[in-house]
Design a protein around this ligand. Structure first.
Ligand SMILES: *Cc1c(COP(=O)(O)O)cnc(C)c1O
Length: 379
């Protein structure tokens, strides 16, 4: 870098920033919630849209990385990570086992075919596997009836080293809770040896006593927790609890700037479909961020946004490259003013991604994963 302003044209003002201090803080929060557990940092979907390479240093004090794309596992090994990597969905076809052998990947086994493939696999180093129980979610895993014979088959294979036991909760974030699945897990695994992993973020935050090794919980030894969304500073159970309630900090800011201003008279409308009508004279700002950047097109009028660190609202429909925001009461705002779509403003005010997601009828996970490739990132 020369320090000179480049002579070439500047990009659009939109920018996604990853806050590595927040990632470190949030990982520390997981340690506080589960002091005796090992923590998988779940970095699937390119670290929930944050970028694996960008997050790696802040998360390298985790005990392992969990993901499901083999190419992402290769990227983590390429960062010289020698510790555990877990493939949460296991292998997708027999030849994937060669990569598991070569890169020492631990992998989930959730169906009979995956055991058949292992039995036919030639490897010098036996694999560490996580046998998955379907304890009621009915997505991946062996039913309680089939679990023991799957375990026995794996246990007899020379290709298999240690067998750990795993399940996944469907309702850790909601009123149904996890007790019924914990009971199914305990019944199916009672006398089997091996490390256990049950909790996602919601279970870790909301039900640590139920699903972690602790006083009065002797049979259920949860050795590993699998933390995803909370690492990135989003509350898994919003709006019941917010990220601030859980003492989580946002790890991503999506920010842009105002590129145009309009002064409206009562009765004037804004944007495609004229979905907003001014009921008074007002100024609006046009922001360089649209659905082609990953901002949700279904965000309605009133969706919160920060202009110069101050909360205001979306007015009019989200278009491909722009959104329009209410500048009432913000006489100082104009071309070039900072707009935070979610995350942390330079005035340190926070707009939780969960609030924007809820307004648009989705969840923070989806918004963070959906930031488009055309948006530049910094950290
Ligand atoms: C994604 C995932 C997690 C992490 O879930 P969060 O809700 O993001 O904490 C844990 N376990 C499995 C099997 C997953 O697929």
């Amino acid at each position: 870098m020369t320090g000179l302003t480049p002579a070439c044209s500047m990009p659009r003002p939109i920018l996604a920033t990853v806050h590595t201090d927040a990632l470190r803080h949030n990982l520390q929060r997981a340690r506080e919630c589960a002091p005796d557990a090992l923590v998988w940092a779940v970095v699937k979907a390119n670290a929930y849209g944050h970028g694996i390479e960008r997050c790696f240093d802040a998360l390298r004090s985790a005990d392992g990385f969990a993901l499901l794309d083999l190419a992402e596992a290769e990227r983590i090994r390429a960062l010289d990570w020698r510790g555990p990597i877990l493939l949460l969905e296991g292998v997708f076809e027999p030849r994937d086992l060669e990569l598991c052998s070569r890169l020492h990947l631990w992998h989930t086994v959730h169906c009979t075919e995956q055991i058949d493939w292992l039995a036919a696999h030639k490897t010098l180093a036996p694999h560490r596997v996580f046998l998955k129980l379907n304890s009621g979610m009915n997505r991946l895993g062996f039913t309680p009836n089939a679990f023991r014979s799957a375990w026995a088959r794996l246990n007899a294979l020379p290709q298999v080293d240690e067998i750990s036991l795993m399940t996944h909760f469907s309702d850790a974030d909601g009123p149904r809770g996890i007790a019924h699945q914990v009971a199914a897990f305990e019944a199916a695994t009672a006398d089997l040896p091996g490390e256990r992993t049950l909790c996602n973020s919601a279970a870790l935050l909301r039900h640590p006593g139920e699903a972690l090794r602790g006083e009065g919980v002797s049979t259920l030894a949860a050795d590993w927790v699998r933390e995803g969304i909370a690492l990135y500073g989003s509350a898994p159970d919003f709006p019941a609890r917010s990220a601030a309630d859980w003492n989580l900090q946002p790890a991503m800011t999506l920010a842009s700037r105002i590129i145009g201003v309009q002064s409206l008279q009562p009765g004037d409308t804004v944007g495609y479909g004229s979905t907003f009508t001014a009921d008074k004279a007002m100024r609006i700002g046009v922001v360089a961020c649209g659905y082609a950047d990953g901002y949700p097109r279904h965000a309605p009028n009133g969706t919160p946004v920060l202009v110069n660190g101050v909360r205001t609202r979306l007015v009019g429909r989200v278009s491909m490259d722009m959104v329009t925001v209410d500048l009432s009461g913000q006489d100082g705002a104009g071309i070039g003013s900072e707009v935070v779509l979610w995350g942390r403003s330079s005035a340190a005010t926070v707009l939780p991604v969960d609030e924007v997601a809820a307004a648009a009828g989705t969840i923070g996970y989806e918004l963070m994963c959906a930031v488009a490739a055309r948006v530049p990132f910094s950290s």
